[in-house]
Design a binder for this molecule. Structure first.
Ligand SMILES: CSC[C@H]1O[C@@H](n2cnc3c(O)ncnc32)[C@H](O)[C@@H]1O
Ligand SMILES: [Zn+2]
Length: 433
């Protein structure tokens, strides 16, 4: 019988937030869990698989805490626009034509890109979510999935969408050996009127699930919210009861000191999406202030149509750089903190307590970078290199839930050739419809 135990020998491991953030030694994986990490060589029994880690840097898999995965089909379709025009003139008209099959191939394309680039967990707020869950099951990735709902429609249609969101959340929570969890997700306060939004809060209570929404992404949205409801978005969502549920908001770009205090008080996480915020000219979130206030800040790409890739190394580097530039403080978001945002804080913010860190008892979701390449040398500080020098292209191997899903840069679970062909065909089909 083959052993389900693997030992990585002579590796370098990133454990940010600990006394020895770059550890040289060994890591043991048994089934879906890490059971040992340390400098002392473990006893290696016969039948145990060993991996020579001497040319590799091991780190937790990256956690992408906000996105719309199938939007990779719209990559490059609508560049250089502000959010509202981009949504109304380019994205929504195309998305209206999306079928379940379109979402399946768009999601496959994105999951392929994410896995090959070292992302082992993603959050997806979209439509046709059963098809997203199918791709998640097949690919071996971990995902937090939710049917995102835009409520700018008649009441019967609103209620139908809400029922779909509830059914999806109920049916898929804990599926795919526990790799899929679900949340409840009204799209935004500006697309879900208050009386509709509160139905999601009630559903989240009934299902005992957390909530996710877009919030305070643009200045215009904040001003409009104040005009429509007499409150800025944070107070508005507080009033609607959202923060009585464990919650994660995407963006949180335009926040006052008082609003940051409210988010911290309710333990609401913020998914910081620097690439998308820059591209849509939405602004720069107050990440140093959020972190100082004790808010869990994680990182997301948003959809590939506003980014325009799903490279979490790029988000990590952007997060480490832009806040230095904006604040004039070179110590703002230092490398270990950026790495934590992309891993451990990411997992915390989407309510996965055994993901995001290399430690005994944690899920074996980890990646290995090829650090023999020129841009990783000399090996001064490998944690610094992972944040400031690395990109998705450096990922050699990926494991999720103890199973290898990328080997020498090749995805073992998805048919890359077929996905490339289907993605192109799907986009061309959408243009003709
Ligand atoms: C209801 S499914 C999700 C919905 O969100 C839209 N979307 C994509 N990017 C953003 C963004 O940055 N802010 C707000 N909404 C966004 C996407 O097009 C889908 O319609
Ligand atoms: Zn979004």
């Amino acid at each position: 019988m083959s052993s389900n135990k693997t030992v990585i020998v002579n590796g370098r491991f990133l454990v940010p937030g600990t006394e020895q953030p770059v550890l040289s030694g060994y890591m043991t994986i048994e089934n879906d869990l890490i059971t040992y990490i340390g400098e002392i060589e473990p006893v290696i029994e016969e039948g145990t698989q060993t991996i020579d880690g001497s040319r590799l840097l091991f780190m937790p898999g990256l956690v992408n805490t906000h996105g719309h995965t199938a939007m990779s089909l719209l990559r490059g379709y609508g560049d250089d626009m502000v959010l509202q025009n981009w949504l109304q003139e380019k994205m929504w008209p195309m998305e209206e034509k999306f079928t379940g099959d379109d979402v399946y191939w768009g999601t496959s394309l994105s999951v392929l890109e994410m896995l090959k680039g070292g992302t082992t967990t993603f959050l997806d707020m979209y439509d046709h979510m059963d098809r997203v869950a199918e791709v998640t099951e097949l690919s071996g990735i971990r995902a937090v999935l939710m049917r995102g709902v835009i409520g700018l429609c008649p009441e019967d249609v609103q209620n139908h969408k809400l029922a779909e969101a509830v059914a999806f959340a109920r049916n898929w929570h804990g599926k795919a050996d526990g790799r899929i969890t679900t949340m409840i997700s009204p799209h935004a306060p500006y697309t879900c009127p208050p009386e509709f939004f509160v139905k999601f809060v009630q559903a989240a209570h009934d299902l005992d699930l957390p909530m996710h929404t877009h919030m305070s992404e643009t200045r215009r949205e904040v001003e409009q919210n104040a005009e429509d409801y007499g409150l800025r978005p944070v107070a508005h969502l507080e009033k609607l009861g959202m923060f009585t549920r464990p919650s994660l908001v995407a963006h949180g770009v335009h926040l006052t000191d008082e609003e940051i205090e409210i988010l911290a008080r309710y333990n609401v996480g913020v998914s910081h999406n620097p690439g998308s915020n820059l591209k849509l000219a939405s602004g720069v979130a107050r990440v140093p202030e959020l972190l100082r206030a004790g808010v869990t800040v994680s990182l997301g790409t948003d959809g590939a149509a506003s980014n325009n890739n799903l490279d979490m190394f790029e988000e990590m580097r952007l997060a480490a750089l832009i806040h230095k530039g904006v604040s004039g403080d070179p110590t703002a978001v230092p490398a270990p903190e950026a790495l934590l945002m992309a891993t451990e804080y990411g997992a915390q913010s989407i309510f996965l307590d055994r993901v995001g860190r290399l430690a005994p008892g944690m899920k074996a979701d980890f990646i290995a970078l090829d650090i023999d390449q020129p841009h990783f040398l000399p090996h001064t500080d490998l944690l610094s290199h992972a944040v400031y020098s690395a990109s998705a292209k450096d990922v050699a191997h990926v494991w999720v839930d103890g199973k290898q899903v990328v080997k020498h840069g090749q995805c073992l679970t998805l048919d890359e050739e077929q996905i490339r062909r289907k993605a192109q065909e799907t986009f061309e089909g959408l243009l003709k419809r």
